[in-house]
Design a protein around this ligand. Structure first.
Ligand code: ATP
Ligand code: MG
Length: 259
């Protein structure tokens, strides 16, 4: 009762929040991700989805949290070396026993038996966790899970089961990346992944005066007052994703300097 009144009066945050590792993004999300929920990071190829998801895991690892990273297309060795190019030594956390990176391959025929197979997928994650509490999970990219399957209903049920089971079984905050075709204005590969997630972060690239500007915005954030502006960002060694000024300000200042 006291808690309800406190929430009503706006005295208390009703959800526990988890930092993305990017302070400005936490602000844009209304204070961070909701603990134990699933989020989608979507965007065209090469825009920074994997880097954002690793930054999210790194934030947990620095605080001693148990984190699982599942690569569904790239070799783990390549991902770890790529992270090192940004100054992030993830091997250190593997040695500490808190970072569990894995590669997983799934084939179209597996999707046909979605109920049983999605349970098998989540059971595989549970074996990786080996009874330890898991705080953060990344599946990168979930679009690869469904590659080759033709029936939308099968993919939808399969992904829905995976998301539900992961939330129920682990209570971990989960980030799913999703690649969308270049030039498309869809939010996800199959057009329904965004409905499964509690929030959607969209990364993009905009051509502007002969330059490519990377952009980021929050498209959906359940139970939060999210910032609706589109921001520009850069990927910097040592820092990863650094969010800069809103796209509108970059455009206004460029126009003024061209007057
Ligand atoms: N060491 C680095 N320093 C600066 N920028 C980098 C560095 N490594 C990668 N980048 C930038 O990050 C981009 C790739 O990021 P990332 O791999 O996260 O993209 P992605 O969206 O996951 O791509 P894909 O769809 O291919 O998986 C590159 O295009 C480059 O701009
Ligand atoms: Mg990637």
């Amino acid at each position: 009762m006291t808690c309800q009144i406190a929430v009503k009066a706006g005295l208390m945050e009703p959800f526990e929040r988890v930092s993305t590792g990017i302070p400005k993004l936490d602000q844009m999300l209304g204070g961070g991700l909701l603990k134990g929920k699933t989020y989608l990071v979507t965007g065209e190829t090469g825009v920074g989805k994997t880097i954002l998801s690793l930054q999210f895991l790194l934030e947990g690892l620095k605080n001693g949290e148990n984190c699982i990273y599942i690569s569904l297309d790239e070799r783990i060795e390549g991902v770890l070396r790529g992270a090192l190019s940004l100054g992030w030594n993830l091997w250190e956390y593997i040695e500490q026993g808190i970072f569990h990176p894995f590669e997983l391959r799934l084939y179209a025929e597996d999707l046909k038996r979605f109920g049983k197979e999605s349970r098998a997928f989540v059971d595989a994650l549970a074996r990786i966790a080996a009874g330890r509490p898991v705080n953060r999970i990344v599946l990168d990219p979930i679009s690869a899970l469904a590659a080759g399957a033709r029936e939308e209903l099968v993919i939808r049920e399969y992904l829905r089961e995976i998301v539900n089971m992961m939330e129920e079984k682990f209570g971990a905050t989960t980030m799913l990346t999703c690649d969308i075709p270049t030039g498309s204005n869809k939010l996800s590969r199959f057009g329904f992944e965004e409905f499964l997630a509690s929030g959607v972060i969209v990364l993009g690239v905009t051509r502007f005066y002969g330059k490519l500007l990377k952009t980021i915005y929050v498209r959906k954030m359940r139970w939060s007052r999210a910032d609706s502006a589109i921001y520009t960002f850069e990927i910097r060694p040592g820092e990863g994703i650094v969010i800069l000024e809103p796209l509108s300000e970059v455009m206004d200042s460029s126009m003024l300097s061209n007057l």
